[in-house]
Ligand binder design. Structure first.
Ligand code: PLP
Length: 306
């Protein structure tokens, strides 16, 4: 299933000013013929436009400094080529794999240009930066309204702010955070600051390193049951970052297994968010339905992000 389409009417950001502390081998989806049940290959998101140039012509378009648009268009074409090639090699369709462009540390102009080029999903990992950027992107007025994903570690005290700009939180890793997001999303909907529930992915820890975030694999089922029962949230899948130095195929195979187990109880939670600039081929081979790509699209991040 797809991430539910959020209402594109600006619902926020209602970002709070101030500090920002946060800094499968079975049923491998290679042309699988199993269409239903937890082992079935997750059906992917809707295809992004094949022709980015057809993405619209807003009267107030994003700013194109020094040919940045061409630079981003070329990088985007190359990333899309990699996704298509990896999907074909795995016997899958490129349209099954959503591309989330990670724009953290890059300016709103870049995010707006990407949206203008047809990128439907943008990701950030710091609440304050993202809230401000989402508002600026709206101001810049690209024709398309991107769907915003929070992919970084999130503290509970940021829940109210995050629901003001994020359509999706990919880094849900605790019951307490789920409760906070549920409460915040319900209040935001009651107050008219958002019109749809918040889509959430459970971040799985593949290395049990508490510093890197994520829920231990043996806690995922309980977290999923809890999150699925909360108003204001829609459980849509799982996410993971491959452990540093690990074989990404092995790591993402483990995530696929976790997803398979999860889907047995929560069939709607079919998204598998895995793969970044350096390992998206492995992730797609292992069933990813959503790659999160920063460096390969935007270049190296010059500013350190805590
Ligand atoms: C959770 C997460 N996913 C994906 C990315 C994108 O990584 P890359 O720049 O290697 O594509 C980042 C970057 O910081 C991230 O934090």
């Amino acid at each position: 299933m797809n991430f539910a389409d959020a209402d594109r009417t600006p619902t926020g950001p209602d970002a709070e000013p101030g500090s920002d502390a946060e800094t499968g081998p079975d049923a491998r989806p290679a042309g699988s013929d199993a269409e239903t049940g937890p082992d079935a290959k997750p059906t992917g998101p809707a295809a992004e436009p094949a022709d980015p140039a057809a993405a619209g012509d807003a009267t107030r378009g994003p700013i194109d400094h020094d040919g940045r648009r061409d630079e981003l268009a070329a990088a985007l074409a190359e990333v899309r080529r990699r996704i298509a090639e990896a999907a074909t090699a795995a016997g899958r369709q490129a349209a099954e794999v959503r591309l989330v462009a990670i724009t953290k540390t890059f300016p709103a102009e870049d995010a707006a240009l990407l949206a203008d080029l047809g990128v439907t999903d943008l990701g950030e990992n710091r609440d304050q930066e993202a809230g401000e950027k989402a508002a600026e992107v709206r101001e810049l007025g690209p024709d398309r309204r991107p769907r915003w994903h929070m992919v970084g570690r999130l503290q509970r005290n940021k829940a109210r702010s995050v629901v003001g700009w994020a359509d999706v939180v990919q880094s849900l890793d605790s019951v307490r955070l789920a409760d906070a997001l549920s409460r915040a999303a319900r209040v935001a909907m009651d107050e008219g600051r958002r019109s749809t529930p918040l889509d959430v992915l459970l971040q799985a820890s593949l290395d049990d390193d508490p510093e890197r975030g994520g829920c231990p694999l043996d806690g995922l089922a309980a977290l999923a049951d809890h999150a699925a029962g909360l108003d204001g949230l829609r459980l849509v899948g799982v996410m993971a970052v491959a452990p540093l130095g690990a074989d990404p195929d092995r790591a993402y195979a483990t995530l696929w297994q976790a997803s398979t187990t999860l889907r047995a109880r929560h069939p709607q939670a079919s998204e598998v968010s895995a793969g970044m600039s350096g390992d998206l081929e492995s992730a797609i081979r292992q069933g990813s339905t959503c790659v999160r790509v920063g460096t390969a699209l935007l270049g190296g991040r010059r500013i350190a992000s805590p």
